[in-house]
Write a protein that binds this ligand. Sequence first.
Ligand SMILES: Cc1ncc(COP(=O)(O)O)c(C=O)c1O
Length: 404
Amino acid sequence: MPVIVACPTDGSPGSGLGPAPIVGRVEPILSLDLTTLHRRTSMKWRRYPEDVLPLWVAEMDTPLAPAVREELLRVVTEGDTGYPEGNAYAEAFAVFAAEEWGWTFDPARQAVLSPDVMQGIAMLLAQAVRPGERVVINSPVYAPFWAVVRNAGAELVDVPLTEEGRLDLDAHEAAYAQGVAVHLLSSPHNPTGVVHTREELTRLAELARRHDVLLLADEIHSPLVGPGERFVPLLDVPGGEHAISLVSASKAWNLAGLKGALIIAGPEQLEQLRALSYESTRGAASHVALRAHTAALTGARDWLVQLRTELQANRELLDRLLADHLPAVRHRLSRGTYLAWLDCRELGLANPARHFLDEARVALNDGAAFGPRTAGFARINLATSPAIITEAVTRMGRSVSGPR
Ligand SMILES: Cc1ncc(COP(=O)(O)O)c(C=O)c1O
């Protein structure tokens, strides 16, 4: 539940006209200050020296949602730190998916646990791809996709997104026609934040079916989509029954330190699930993580709605700040993740992320990590306070306009 703070409407207690009327004000989620955040020891806050504002790796500067915090306190109090039992996470995700997106699946038949999303992808690739077979990805894309495909011994086929950031369906048709075993899709797309439409996913699923391509959709960011845009689960479109998706509460509730994920197979892919061994799935997910993830899905839905609203405000803030401080940098407002993809090509910098780190003390992700043609781009993480975003973009602007 959002935290409601009582406050006077006019902000001026004691105006002499009797008690000020009290209304509810919601405490922002994205409001932690630097002193508090510097106490964190996770990657985001420890990779760089303290004078650097870290707006890179996909961690959020949020406190835990109250329902998650309370569940973890119960776990600790009870000493409930053994192995997992039951299917509560999949059942909770099924309820969430039905209520959020109108998508229903059978958690008992269609879902298995995975230690995390990337390990789930690695397990599925190991099973579905023979050495030398071709796997499609779409650059610019989440850097570990490149490694996980190469580690599977597959030949990597890049079908880049269009200049507008959309899936290039004609190019997919041409690539699939050459023979492709698996297409690893990021949905919503990291780093651009683009949310694939029902039409795009339907056409993709139809092409995959025709050319016998297994579609694997990494939907880890899906609960974050909105407001104003609708996430479409791949398994919910016609042809999606032949696909497999991977989901988790980890991005939307900031639970990367409590690893857990679900592999959900379309009804025509249940054989792939059965083939995943017991040891590589059920036994490997952490019981404590599963309790936290399940509590997020069942008890922290209002928190998520509030978070999405604040993220949208941060995207709009970024747009305004760029217009004021870095007008040469282009940013397409996207609603699928808390990440934004900055086109810095007009700045003429060889490596914009390196420049902003050295000259502005702001850490972004280097665009070159996401694909071969995006060295002029950088990824920024907006899951922090408006004050930190404002300071970061102001510094970045100064670094390109001031004396070098
Ligand atoms: C698209 C995508 N997939 C997977 C991951 C990592 O997920 P996990 O920690 O569950 O492996 C991330 C993390 O940012 C991501 O953005």
